[in-house]
Design a protein around this ligand. Structure first.
Ligand code: 1PR
Length: 535
């Protein structure tokens, strides 16, 4: 019958569930959205991709009568798949801005990861499961990496033992999935976990057709280092949206025409990099500071099309700030970001506006709560907010010559200078600011950033390797994940940055666009060097 191919989706409108929708459609299912509690009770299969904060979600579920319907549905052992917050809400309560009561179906309290023992919070990236009991949806996964992004987690205990089907180690052994009868929930994101994640969804959707296979053998142990492909996007002089790439941020060819370098189409390249094994794809709208961001439909279209076929996390940056258009209509940065999330972004990245917010915070010592960074992380969670830093190296003869954090450099400057500080810039490197990258990083962490994308203008496009001094400085200064960027030109540069610094991910652009080294070769090299990666 036709209803066999319909899955009911509980989306209470708190964030990006576009990827879940895309993944379900990709697997040949149609979606029926829950409008009333009865829709839950009448579902054949129900997927609940929880997004946003715990308390806000419970509030909506309680007020709409859906909490009660969910409890009845699950107690009757009807086919259910909860994702991320959709797992956490099944527990007794959560400490997230709480304690807040949950649905109370599984004993336990959802608590925050402890970052004091060197584990960066949020837990972002590809980690492995330890399977603790048979579960229909996890067969075949074994020790392959799946994608997590969260700051809170539930812990296994004697009371919830019968539920726990896998755990994951990140400082603690936390609950990665639960299963009982037809009821399943996962803390990771199957819709963002590439082929492995799609197979989890497939097994939920097509339980009878699934073939039981032994878990894949391997020796994956812990959170993988990520390899990220970055697409700098802008309109060229003909008005086409193209992927471009600069040399120290200069994206124009050195020919007479001086045209914008064109390296391909954004959607196509993103799809290619996904197939090649990229752990994440970032789009940077590099002229966002002057374009009208909400009206930038081409960029939204790029996200919509890309998220139909790319099942790893997508980040978009450029132009995320408050904005008043020519007609005097004001858009808050939150509205701009929401538009991106709705179109398929998992994270947004903020450059210039975060510099201004940090300057203000450092000057006043007060968190106004009004900056784009603070507003977006309050609503969408800090894991959804990346701060892009565009620093330029400033050499010094003495460690005391600058008012910002200064380091002794590994390679002396052009005049033998032995020290340097890293100056923040805005507007794509066009304007230097009186602020150091170190000071910025500390400030944005306090303001609620979930991750730092650390570029370096001096190294961008040079292919001579990452700025190890800078990346070490920043990744040691904060306890949120740091993405190393700028300068990759060979596979050895990736292993170097992971061996010498505490970066959680390495991003590259030119090396992939120019097809010098495929992503798979980078992964194989890292594996050979004993660095954990997702293969
Ligand atoms: O200030 O919030 O509108 O954000 C603007 C965003 O656009 C920032 O993230 C900023 O880094 C980026 N951006 C602005 N201008 C440029 C430019 O190149 N002219 N691109 C630019 C930054 C840097 C990297 C690059 C790496 C790796 N691109 O992301 O991809 O350096 O390159 P490589 O592997 O080839 O060395 P806002």
């Amino acid at each position: 019958s036709t209803t066999d191919n319909v899955v009911t989706l509980l989306d209470y409108g708190a964030g990006n569930v576009r990827s879940v929708r895309n993944a379900i459609r990709h697997l040949g299912y149609d979606i029926k959205d829950v409008q009333t509690p009865e829709d839950i009770l009448n579902a054949n299969r129900l997927i609940f991709p929880g997004v946003g904060a715990f308390a806000a979600a419970m509030d909506v579920l309680n007020k709409s009568g859906m909490a009660e319907a969910l409890c009845t549905y699950i107690e009757n052992d009807r086919p259910f798949l909860g994702i991320c917050l959709g797992l956490q809400l099944l527990f007794d309560s959560s400490d997230e801005n709480g304690p807040v009561n949950g649905l109370g179906l599984i004993p336990g309290v959802v608590g925050r990861f402890d970052s004091s023992n060197g584990f960066r919070v949020p837990h972002i990236g590809w980690n492995v499961l330890q399977i603790t009991k048979d579960s229909d949806i996890l067969d075949e996964i074994g020790i392959r990496h799946v994608y997590f992004v969260h700051s809170y987690r539930a812990m296994p205990s004697n009371e919830n033992r019968e539920w726990v089907s896998s755990t994951c180690n990140y400082g603690d052994n936390f609950i990665a999935s639960v299963s009982r009868g037809n009821v399943h929930a996962v803390q990771f994101h199957p819709e963002k976990s590439g082929d492995v994640g799609l197979s989890v969804l497939r097994r939920f959707l097509y339980p009878k057709s699934s073939v039981i296979k032994k878990p894949t053998e391997g020796k994956a142990l812990k959170l993988a280092k990520r390899v990220i492909a970055c697409l700098d996007v802008r309109t060229n002089d003909k008005g086409d949206l193209v992927v471009t790439k600069g040399d120290q941020y200069d994206v124009r060819e050195s020919t007479e025409e001086n045209e914008v370098r064109n390296l391909g189409k954004p959607v196509e390249l993103a799809g290619q990099y996904y197939k090649d094994g990229a752990d994440e794809v970032s789009f940077l709208n590099i002229t966002g500071f002057r374009d009208f961001p909400v009206g930038d439909l081409p960029m939204l279209q790029v996200l919509r099309y890309t998220s139909e076929n790319v099942f790893v996390p997508l980040t978009v940056g450029g132009g995320i700030r408050d904005f008043t258009d020519a007609n005097g209509r004001h858009y808050s940065s939150l509205e701009v970001a929401s538009e991106y999330f709705r179109s398929g972004a998992d994270k947004i990245s903020i450059g210039s506006d975060a510099v201004y917010a940090a300057e203000e915070y450092i000057k006043t010592g007060v968190k106004s709560g009004k900056s784009s960074l603070e507003q977006i992380s309050r609503i969408y969670g800090n894991q959804a907010v990346v701060i892009s830093i565009d620093p330029r190296r400033v050499y010094l003869n003495s460690a005391n010559d600058a008012e910002f954090k200064t380091i002794k450099v590994t390679n002396p400057g052009p005049n033998g200078e032995e020290y340097a500080w890293y100056q923040c810039t805005v507007n794509g490197g066009r304007e230097g600011r009186p602020l150091g990258a170190y000071e910025l990083a500390k400030a944005v962490e306090e303001l609620g950033a979930g991750e730092i994308l650390l570029n370096c203008i001096d190294c961008d496009g040079q292919g001579n390797g990452y700025d190890i001094d800078l990346i070490k400085l920043i990744s040691d200064a904060v306890s949120i994940p740091v993405i190393a960027s700028s300068g990759a030109g060979a596979v050895e540069h990736f292993s170097e940055v992971f061996k010498k610094t505490n970066a959680s991910a390495a991003l590259a652009a030119g090396i992939f666009h120019r097809k010098e080294v495929p992503i798979q070769s980078v992964k194989e090299h890292l594996l050979n060097e004993g660095i954990e990666v997702r293969i």
